[in-house]
Design a protein around this ligand. Structure first.
Ligand SMILES: Cc1cc2nc3c(=O)[nH]c(=O)nc-3n(C[C@H](O)[C@H](O)[C@H](O)COP(=O)(O)O)c2cc1C
Length: 361
């Protein structure tokens, strides 16, 4: 029998199954505030049976948003509506997680559906509703993109503390899982990738210097978060580009993160530089990264990458690729993926819809 629907306990929480909803930007906020859209988007996936529901990238300061429409947790007043969402998710048996993020040089973008779509970014200048963007080095993500301001040491320290302040707010909002977004070329990733970081100070150059920002963010988050609840880190396991961060680098980093008390590595990849060369357009190859990190760094992992069927999700867990299978696009198409996967795999005792649904079917 598959382990996909067996509970997973980490620290004080227990996931009812190994299916998680991967973070997905909604571009539906005004000034970082969550609203009814987020309640329905996240709440419906909790009703749909997933054990873990992680919010979209949630910015720790206004300039850390990917677009002006992105979620944030930089005001105390952001807490109230998020608390309504976490209460709803918990009520229906899932664990609410938040992904804390800073967009770095990929900030001030236009929501994909308002611009050129997912395959090409478009940017907002300051006189057109955009905002200043910051990065370890003044290198734009691609030609034509906005040139980021190089962060000063004082600004770096302020950002590290802002991650901690947002973690404290996340706890107050009732989240029981915190993910640090250190992937996809956003700020943290652009510190540890040699392709985006050309600093000469203690935050650039050697491997140890490039990962320093992430380590200090983790310290700040952990000082403001609860030891009772898990912290995961999403990494771009490789840059898919010559001279970039490699799988071996990620194994080395994951071992360090484990020693710092990180509970799981969420294994994504790429999007650090425009000129990347993916092994395939079908992201299923990313599950291999989860397996490598899990076994070589001896830390729990989350796999993500076109996990599009019950059978494939079960395979990921049962063949020890990862401890949790995360789904994004499949969950857009089917918010009830977990419930339907259980039915398809013949599991009828461990997952149920809310009573007011089950009695009817
Ligand atoms: C609409 C959309 C928004 C996304 N937003 C985020 C995000 O906020 N943070 C993040 O780490 N990844 C984000 N991703 C990436 C997904 O979490 C996931 O890693 C990726 O889509 C691969 O999983 P899938 O093949 O199941 O879609 C987003 C993906 C989609 C489709």
């Amino acid at each position: 029998m598959t382990k996909l629907f067996s509970p997973l306990s980490i620290k004080s929480i227990t996931l009812k199954n190994r299916i998680g909803i991967s973070p997905m930007c909604q571009y539906m906020s005004v000034d970082g505030f969550a609203n009814d859209w987020h309640l329905v988007h996240l709440g419906s996936r909790a009703i749909g049976g997933a054990g873990l529901i992680i919010t979209e990238a949630c910015a720790v300061e206004p300039n850390g948003r990917i677009s002006p429409d992105c979620l944030g947790l930089y005001y105390d007043s952001h807490i109230e509506y998020l608390a309504r969402i976490t209460a709803f998710i918990k009520k229906y048996g899932a664990i609410p997680g938040i992904q804390l993020a800073h967009a770095g040089r990929k900030g001030s973008s236009i929501a994909p559906f308002k611009g050129f779509g997912r395959s090409k970014r478009s940017y907002l200048t300051k006189d057109n509703g955009g905002f200043d963007i910051f990065a370890p080095s003044p290198i734009p993500f691609e030609s034509g993109a906005i040139i980021p301001h190089e962060l000063t040491i004082e600004q770096i320290h302020k950002l590290i503390s802002q991650f901690g302040q947002s973690a404290k707010r996340a706890l107050k909002a009732g989240f029981q899982w915190l993910e640090i977004h250190a992937a996809h070329g956003y700020l943290i990733n652009s510190f540890y990738s040699p392709l985006a970081n050309q600093r000469q100070d203690k935050y650039g150059g050697s491997f140890d210097n490039r990962i320093r920002f992430l380590i200090e963010v983790i310290d700040s988050v952990k000082a403001n978060w609860s030891d009772e609840y898990p912290v995961s880190v999403r990494l771009s396991i490789t840059d898919h580009a010559l001279g970039g961060f490699t799988i071996d680098d990620s194994v080395k980093l994951a071992k360090i993160l484990k020693s710092l008390g990180i509970d799981l590595i969420d294994c994504s990849s790429g999007h650090v530089v425009k000129e990347q060369s993916l092994p395939s357009n079908d992201l299923k190859f990313q599950i291999d990264y989860a397996k490598t990190i899990k076994h070589e760094a001896n830390i729990m992992t989350m796999a993500v990458g076109n996990i599009d069927s019950a059978k494939f999700a079960a395979y990921v867990i049962d063949e020890n690729y990862a401890d949790i299978a995360l789904i994004a696009r499949t969950a857009i198409k089917n918010p009830y993926f977990a419930f339907n996967a259980a039915l398809e795999l013949g599991i009828t005792d461990t997952i149920t819809l809310p009573q007011n649904y089950t009695y009817a079917i």
